[in-house]
Design a protein around this ligand. Structure first.
Ligand SMILES: NC(=O)c1ccc[n+]([C@@H]2O[C@H](COP(=O)([O-])OP(=O)(O)OC[C@H]3O[C@@H](n4cnc5c(N)ncnc54)[C@H](OP(=O)(O)O)[C@@H]3O)[C@@H](O)[C@H]2O)c1
Length: 251
């Protein structure tokens, strides 16, 4: 039985991933234990923890305890994250730090806590749920994109460090997914409305993620339209900026 940690466990995408992993030992991390209990109380092989993932010493204590009890962690899915779609001048210093704490530093710290042991056992998989916003920057996503570009840069370097040890690092970069993410990112719903036809369903994204667990896959980008847009963005950055700032500016 694989032992899998998932952060941001009460989120929309995490809920769908959990449904698809009935035969694994799941360790679910979230901010609210009542919510976790309500969602996962009847699920077999699940243990959940209320934890502030931005508290590195709490992560350390938890990881030590988990290794004592389970002996191994096979997979870490760094899934917790949020966005705020806002003009950059309206974003406070506190918000900048907080979003980096959750989307980037917690992901790095939890990975850091596991990699030494994964290296030693020459086995393990870190799956970082990042975003298309970490590959393509668009207006009103400056802060969110910065946290996600950083997470991709980190993951790409870590993958190379861990390659000789048989430990895999994958980035998952979805476009917009129909989850509660937009309650905070886009409270008036205008962005959501304009991208409705491109929206990914969380169960479909979860199926793709679950399929690559344990596989040496560099990145999972979706949907195909945005994957192609990303290739275009790299090849023709000036033109891509013109389009992203013009007809394709949905924010
Ligand atoms: N939805 C999209 O359009 C989309 C697109 C691309 C990438 N993503 C990424 O996919 C991941 C999952 O998002 P989702 O779509 O499932 O959204 P979601 O339903 O809002 O779930 C995200 C989860 O992250 C955790 N989280 C959010 N803010 C946090 C904070 N301040 N401190 C600690 N934890 C926090 C929460 O988990 P707990 O409540 O359990 O603590 C939350 O339920 C995120 O990393 C997101 O950036 C989403």
């Amino acid at each position: 039985m694989r032992t899998i940690i998932i952060t941001g466990a009460s989120g929309g995408l995490a809920q769908e991933m959990v449904k698809l992993l009935p035969n694994d030992q799941l360790i679910l991390l979230g901010r609210n234990k009542e919510k976790l209990a309500q969602l996962y109380g009847n699920h077999p092989n699940v243990e959940w923890f209320e934890i502030d993932i931005t508290d590195d010493s709490a992560l350390e204590t938890l990881v030590v305890d988990l290794y004592l009890r389970y002996g191994k962690i096979d997979v870490l899915i760094n899934n917790a994250g949020y966005g705020i779609f806002e003009d950059f001048y309206q974003i406070s210093d506190k918000e900048i730090h907080q979003m980096f704490e959750v989307n980037t530093f917690a992901l790095m710290n939890l990975s850091r806590r596991l990699v030494a042991r994964m290296k030693e056992s020459r086995k393990g998989h870190i799956i970082n749920i990042v975003s298309m916003a970490g590959l393509i920057a668009t207006s009103k996503s400056s802060l969110y994109s910065a946290t996600k570009f950083a997470a991709i840069g980190f993951s790409n370097a870590l993958r190379l460090e861990l390659m000789p040890y048989g430990v895999y690092v994958t980035t998952v970069n979805p476009g917009p997914i129909r989850t509660g993410f937009f309650d905070q990112a886009d409270p008036d719903g205008s962005y959501l409305k304009s991208v409705d036809r491109f929206l990914l369903e969380p169960d479909a994204v979860a199926r793709k993620i679950v399929k690559i667990i344990g596989k040496n896959k560099r990145e999972l980008n979706l949907p195909i339209l945005l994957t192609l847009a990303h290739k275009f963005y790299i090849l023709f950055p000036k033109l891509a900026d013109k389009l992203a700032g013009g007809i394709f500016n949905y924010k």
